[in-house]
Design a binder for this molecule. Structure first.
Ligand code: C2E
Ligand code: CA
Ligand code: CA
Length: 263
């Protein structure tokens, strides 16, 4: 058995243990309205508090979780934590309309996904309209009829739906018409150089025009500078997310951020 295979097995075993012991925590990154300059939503981003390694970033374990199917129980833990956080913290007047949760394709197509969403909403006392699911294009290139069916059911419940990392996949644009989406998130790779690269600017403009014409909420991800922010607002982007405003924060820090940005 070679070293890589061994590391792989070790990681898989510790990921299983992490699920049993619930070693996951959520950080929350605010999404800022370009009109009010206040947070209108938060995205839940999972972190693994590994007993020896410390905080492990999702880039390191999500691919393995997908491969092994452990994404299903992990995703369930994440959804429950996200709904509970929203229902317990932000229902009153701090301006947050919803929390966004990342859902992987494997999790989305798993038998019983809709029942899991229902029972999570019920268990946590969360209103469906306060929950948004972020799906990537990898979902939309699979079984189209099944996808339409699942998305319609979620939409009927009142859950919001977003397409994440828009522009990076290989799917056709026709799904924008077929699927009941509410939000389109422009991938960070187009935002990075948008203020100095004409091609990126052209792509971002086209995405914003498309989203506006289809009445979708537009979120620009990975906004790090004032230049990017000013340009995106000028182009008509409704919502901005990125380090310029805040990194993903633990719950208490997010609450301080929300309180301080109210004044
Ligand atoms: P994503 O959904 O595209 O999330 C945005 C990522 O960009 C986050 O990385 C966030 O910390 C980072 N980010 C935010 N603002 C900026 C910025 O201004 N500049 C830069 N350079 N980066 C920024 P994170 O938290 O490491 O998550 C990475 C990916 O892992 C996520 O990408 C998502 O695909 C996946 N992920 C995270 N949490 C979950 C989860 O609960 N379930 C699933 N299935 N996937 C998750
Ligand atoms: Ca996301
Ligand atoms: Ca994204």
């Amino acid at each position: 058995i070679n070293t890589r295979a061994f590391e792989h097995l070790a990681l898989e075993a510790s990921l299983r243990r992490a699920i049993e012991k619930d070693e996951f925590v959520l950080h929350f990154q605010p999404l800022i309205s370009s009109q009010s300059h206040r947070a209108v939503a938060v995205e839940a981003l999972v972190r693994w508090e590994h007993p020896e390694l410390g905080m492990v970033s999702p880039a390191r374990f999500i691919p393995m979780a997908e491969e092994t199917g452990l994404i299903v129980p992990m995703g369930q833990l994440v959804m429950e934590k996200a709904c509970r956080a929203f229902a317990e913290n932000w229902t009153s007047d701090d301006g947050l309309e919803y929390i966004s949760v990342n859902v992987s394709a494997r999790q989305f197509f798993q038998e019983g996904f809709l029942d899991m969403v229902d029972s999570t909403l019920e268990k946590t006392g969360m209103e469906p309209r306060h929950l948004e699911l972020e799906l990537t294009e990898s979902v939309f290139i699979q079984d189209v009829d099944r996808t339409v069916e699942l998305l319609d059911q979620l939409r009927k419940k009142g859950v919001k739906l977003a397409i994440d990392d828009f522009g990076t996949g290989f799917s056709s644009l026709s799904y924008l018409k077929r699927f009941p989406l509410g939000t389109l998130k422009i991938d960070q790779s187009f935002i990075k150089d948008v203020h100095r690269n004409q091609d990126d600017l052209a792509i971002v403009r086209a995405i914003i025009a498309l989203a506006r014409a289809m009445k979708l909420r537009i979120v620009a991800e990975g906004v790090e500078t004032e230049d990017q922010s000013a340009l995106l607002i000028g182009e008509g982007c409704n919502i901005l997310q990125g380090y310029l405003f805040s990194r993903p924060l633990p719950l208490l820090e997010l609450n301080s951020f929300l309180t301080s940005s109210v004044s």
